[in-house]
Design a protein around this ligand. Sequence first.
Ligand code: SF4
Ligand code: FES
Length: 248
Amino acid sequence: MKLTLHIWRQKDRKSPGKMHKYQVTDVSEHASFLEMLDVLNEQLIEKGEEPVAFDHDCREGICGMCSLTIDGVPHGPDRGTTVCQLHMRHFRDGQTVYIEPFRAGSFPVVRDLVVDRSAFDRIIQAGGFISANTGAAPDANTLPISKGQADLAFDAAACIGCGACVAACPNASAMLFTAAKVAHMAALPQGQPERYRRVKAMVDAMDENGFGNCTNHYECVAVCPKGIPEDFIAQMNREYARASITKR
Ligand code: SF4
Ligand code: FES
């Protein structure tokens, strides 16, 4: 395959960025989108040009590092898929593709397609822990957790912290991400001691780090590669209201 790519290039946080046009050739339709960028970078290096910086780690849809906006959609055109799991067979030979970093005030561009998502870490630091002494890992079936609660916690734990929800939201809201973390631990017995302190601290951290509020567009749900549902946002709002009333 041969593609025309328009890619955001930016030297560092302070420099202004702009789109650059590239031609990439010899791309296999079986390659992933990141492997296509690897091919481009090899071709740029051969020409003595600076390769394009982009984030990645597991390349298996697990770590949440790959954070690209492809043709205006965080994680690209294939729903429920991270960029690393997106394959070139979803594109046509000769297609023009626009590639940008995730856009959100709380995710400043570090270089080219790499953004700083440490604001998510600060939300997790505010409340994403439990104080229960867990000791050595017990057998899973010795913990009295009902199937329904276990399934709920597992669904929420599927969030990989990629930040696509923030990039897609017109308010750059981190509600879906934060709600998944809150719901995960609120569903389990180990999460009960800090339950109310946690939701208040994480919502406060969300605000302090410049994320907007949810106004029910649900663009976050549409782009989430892990299918985190909007129900968790409603649950977080209920948890927050309960925490405010009980003052715990
Ligand atoms: S809620 Fe979905 S889109 Fe948002 S960080 Fe988690 S996995 Fe990514
Ligand atoms: S590189 Fe890990 S989820 Fe894409």
